[in-house]
Design a protein around this ligand. Sequence first.
Ligand code: GLN
Length: 210
Amino acid sequence: MSPRWMNPNCSRPAAGRRVATIGLLALQGAFDAHGRALRAIGAETVEVRLPDTLNGVDGLVIPGGESTTLLLLLKEYGFDRAIRDFVDSGRPVLATCMGVILLARSVTGPEQESLGLLNVGVARNAYGRQVESFESEGLVDGRPFPMVFIRAPRITEVGDDVEVIGSCNDEPVMVRQGNILGATFHPELSGDCRVHEMLVTMAAADKGTM
Ligand code: GLN
């Protein structure tokens, strides 16, 4: 599916608008499409392959991919600690699909270690084998949003400190907890930039450039 970046929900950056620099965790997975979405709305992007690179970014995307593989890579490169520190610094994180699995408090299907930074429980690959990937229309902030699910997890528990900001078929699919946004779908593939706008707005506000 080719993103439709002419979507009216993608605002072009105003001339002279100072925007944020967003890091794309680029160890594995679908970081490239996030980069295109972010650049389409005027953000700068940096591929993050080593923890030190996080020092120079105002926000971070943890993309979709394969969480078991990524977990091993995160530990090998010291990202488990670095991502914790990044979240503690108050800078915003957008986690999609695998990213939600990595940040969740608990993971089932099968059970797996996770960073426990987002107070949700998730079940991996929970939409069943025969329907591993599908498109649907859900709601983000009460407005229709095109959603692409690729071997997506289901959010099975939502902690008190977590706000559900996106749903599909009456199930939670996007949450916010402080500076963390988590979506089980792939906003980078639908051509609708509003989720990326949220991240950039949070990053720029944090940086004091809005
Ligand atoms: N199924 C993957 C996992 O469990 C996540 C899929 C995705 O990120 N698109 O790790």
